[in-house]
Design a protein around this ligand. Structure first.
Ligand SMILES: NC(=O)c1ccc[n+]([C@@H]2O[C@H](COP(=O)([O-])OP(=O)(O)OC[C@H]3O[C@@H](n4cnc5c(N)ncnc54)[C@H](OP(=O)(O)O)[C@@H]3O)[C@@H](O)[C@H]2O)c1
Length: 302
């Protein structure tokens, strides 16, 4: 299951995984774009099983409903969740729930979705969650109230949300260990990629020169198909341990084959990890609930 897989890196990751035999579930806000992305996967890979689900991560009620549909589509067994969807460089915007939009879509919606998909994930032997960050997380800050920042800057909000992706991974690893659950969580960043992330919104919000400059740079960067391999390795390599961070191994981590990369130290700061976890639990109505202990069967000896 891959969020934001109607286009860009997510769509390419869906194609790679389908080619490897995975049953892929594509999630995005538009039913039509989701259907056409699933059709594209089936066109590329004749034997592919690909379906789509509407999920606007900026609307927690919709995330809840989407989790139920995904659970049903996956037959209550979800091996892999890639939290890839993202927005960048938006003008000040609030989500359906009233939260700053980068925080809401890039982090909180994924936090809620992951929590709601836990029963299906834990129904498989070694489930894994991949959170997608960016090399730009190095510029991110741990604000006390990221859902309602006092001063807003469109790029800073994006950097902060990509730092949150790493903090979320560490929170998930800590939580799974505390509850002795076999859930693996890792982070991946794709490098610099030729998609319309940010440039599209800069264009539609009147920042045409900035959009043109960014688009000009983007076309020199890695293709979505090449960049998606980092996500695929993070999702499938059995030698990657919980909490690890993967990115492209070329110069400045812009492109290249996926390797383990370094994250900013504050991305694993225990206090920041716990702070974001507690805030997200509260804002998203506690999606993470430890599974109820299974009652001993009559034949089980004490
Ligand atoms: N491109 C880069 O250079 C780069 C670099 C570092 C990290 N990343 C990260 O890689 C990930 C994918 O980026 P990309 O470049 O592939 O971007 P993209 O081409 O703009 O694709 C973004 C995807 O996210 C979906 N999305 C947007 N808003 C959403 C919402 N409210 N709810 C659910 N889905 C939503 C979009 O769906 P719609 O099309 O329907 O809106 C689309 O499928 C992001 O997390 C991004 O931060 C990208």
């Amino acid at each position: 299951m891959i969020t934001g897989s109607s286009r860009g890196i997510g769509a390419a990751a869906a194609q790679h995984l389908a080619r490897c035999g995975a049953h892929v579930i594509i999630a995005c806000p538009s039913a039509e774009e989701g259907r056409s992305a699933a059709d594209a996967v089936r066109r590329q890979v004749a034997s592919a099983r690909a379906e789509s689900v509407v999920c606007d991560l900026g609307d927690l009620a919709q995330v809840h409903e989407a989790a139920e549909r995904i659970t049903a589509l996956a037959g209550r067994r979800l091996h892999l969740l890639i939290n890839n969807a993202g927005v960048a460089a938006l003008p000040p915007t609030r989500s359906a729930d009233g939260f700053e939009m980068h925080f809401a879509v890039n982090h909180l919606g994924h936090f809620a979705l992951t929590g709601r998909l836990l029963p299906a994930l834990l129904n498989t032997p070694r489930p894994r969650v991949v959170n997608v960050s960016s090399v730009l997380h190095w510029l991110g800050r741990n604000g006390a109230r990221p859902h309602e920042p006092q001063r807003y800057h469109r790029w800073q909000a994006y950097f902060d949300s990509k730092l949150a992706a790493l903090l979320f991974t560490h929170g998930l690893v800590t939580w799974a260990r505390a509850h002795r659950l076999p859930l693996g969580a890792v982070t991946a960043h794709p490098g610099l990629v030729d998609t319309t992330l940010a440039s599209r919104v800069l264009h539609t919000t009147g920042r045409k020169a900035e959009a043109r400059l960014l688009r000009g740079l983007q076309t020199r960067w890695a293709s979505p198909a090449a960049a998606a391999w980092t996500l695929v390795r993070a999702a499938t390599d059995p030698h990657i341990s919980a909490g690890e961070f993967l990115g492209p191994g070329g110069r400045w981590e812009c492109s290249g084959p996926p390797v383990r990369v370094r994250a900013a130290r504050r991305a694993s700061d225990a206090q920041a990890v716990q702070g974001l976890w507690d805030l997200s639990q509260e804002l998203a109505d506690h999606p993470f609930r430890p599974p109820a202990p299974t009652a001993p069967s009559p034949t089980t000896r004490p």
